[in-house]
Design a protein around this ligand. Structure first.
Ligand code: GLU
Length: 432
């Protein structure tokens, strides 16, 4: 079983989507189910409705899953397992107050040392624990030896006991911390492989320790994906528009192209343009680069352009507000200068919309418009052109420039003869 475990705390980031895609592809390869676990334990940061938004995005991208779980529904198991660890003395109650811990943290910082819990409460006498009415957290005891994690992308990574530390698994309000809830839930769902972002790498030995302490023998495999960098070489964050899946969709990037790009990034696929089902045939976690991948908008635009070319004409026409094969073909002509559905729509709208006036050619435009309105239907562009030329008496630049402006609403663009092929049935609508 694989899982995608988003937190409903913000817009879906392309890094999250990349994790979801990889989980989906590998689940198909392994013929194992993929579940979605909404990690909603941080009540303060949860945003109402984000869970539904994330699921809708997964659907849009064709990422199939067998079940949706909410982490908060497992609270009773988290509490029961924390108690088990307390009974077995693998965890202990910690009465250190948040202020005290903060002071210790500040001290370490001042001494330029990494903060570690000093295990002050690790061996308190049982009577003292029972009599003590102060609020407490539950900490798991740090491991006794080195923990080694085999990662499909990073290779073998080792962690020393002090790096893992005796960390908190239950907060004072008796809710589980992220690491505890996550480790327990992965165990309860019988997860075989965790694919997630590399920002979680340091959590992995902690989660491994939790399960080992609970006597869970199965070793979960891991693959931590390198972070995605922006143009400045910094980690892509909310401040980068392109990091938001919603933004990319609104800008007119196709789900198939975004998926293609996110799988291609930092990878060596056998070809550049592919579908998710093709990726299932050759994808391998082992070939993903260990170093961060840089987000390249030019490449994404190129891939989007190629995916737009692959769309059925009628489907493409829907993206630009029509349901007509011919408009789909017309949109394909415009792919020589547009790479997103939003840009294509702007081109098509310029054709059908109100035309801006032209200082240079207004007189010619008025003459030509009257001629076109009175003209019969011509199937061939040459016949149309010859007729309008003859009737208007215009020629050269004074003919071609106004003609392009009247037909396309733009000064430059694809060959008018090519455009006419697909617009000839709409002349009446265009030249109002
Ligand atoms: N909820 C975590 C996140 O959104 C993912 C945790 C995990 O995959 O283990 O980053």
């Amino acid at each position: 079983m694989l899982r995608f475990a988003p937190s409903p705390t913000g817009d879906m980031h392309i890094g999250n989507l990349r994790v979801a895609l990889f989980n989906y592809i590998v689940s198909k390869q392994k013929k194992e189910d993929l579940i979605v676990r909404i990690e909603d334990t941080d009540k303060e940061r949860n945003i109402e409705g984000k869970d539904k938004e994330i699921l809708a995005i997964l659907d849009l991208f064709g990422i199939e899953y067998s079940q949706v779980l909410y982490q908060s529904e497992n609270f009773r198991f988290h509490a029961a397992m924390a108690l088990q660890l307390l009974h077995e003395k693998k965890a202990f109650s910690c009465f250190c107050s948040p202020d005290w811990l903060e002071k210790k943290r500040e001290e370490s910082k001042a001494n330029k040392k990494a903060y570690r819990y000093d295990d002050a409460c690790a061996n308190l006498p049982a009577e003292l624990v029972i009599d003590n009415m102060n609020p407490f957290t539950i900490r798991i005891k740090k491991p006794e030896s080195t923990i080694m994690i085999h990662d499909h992308i990073k290779g073998d990574v080792t962690f020393e006991p002090n790096d893992v530390d005796s960390f908190i698994i239950m907060r004072q309000d008796k809710t589980p911390t992220y690491n505890f809830a996550c480790a327990v839930d992965d165990m309860l769902s019988d997860i075989s492989l965790v694919i997630r972002g590399e920002d979680h790498m340091t959590n992995t030995p902690k989660q491994d320790l939790i399960r080992t302490s609970l006597n869970y023998e199965k070793k979960i495999e891991y693959a931590h994906l390198p972070i995605i960098l922006n143009d400045d070489g910094k980690k892509m964050s909310k401040r980068d528009d392109a990091s938001s899946v919603k933004w990319l969709l609104e800008e007119g990037f196709l789900p198939s192209a975004i998926s293609n790009y996110l799988v291609l990034m930092g990878n060596k696929p056998p070809k550049e343009i592919f579908t998710l089902s093709e990726a299932i045939e050759w994808f391998s976690l082992e070939t993903i680069s260990k170093s961060p991948a840089r987000f390249d908008m030019t490449m994404l635009r190129h891939i989007n352009n190629e995916h737009l070319k692959l769309l059925e004409n009628k489907e493409l026409s829907r993206y630009v507000g029509f349901a007509d094969e011919e408009i789909g073909k017309l949109a394909k002509v415009y792919l020589e200068e547009a790479s997103t559905t939003k840009e294509l729509r702007a081109k098509i709208e310029a054709i059908f919309g109100e035309k801006a006036t032209s200082e240079e050619f207004q007189k010619e435009i008025n003459t030509m418009r009257a001629v076109i309105k009175a003209a019969p239907y011509f199937d061939a562009y040459d016949d149309f052109k010859n007729h309008i030329m003859k009737e208007s008496g215009l020629k050269g630049k004074l003919f071609f420039k106004p003609l392009r402006l009247i037909l396309t609403g733009a000064e430059h663009g694809p060959d008018v003869a090519e455009v006419y092929k697909y617009l000839k049935n709409y002349i009446g609508e265009i030249v109002k």
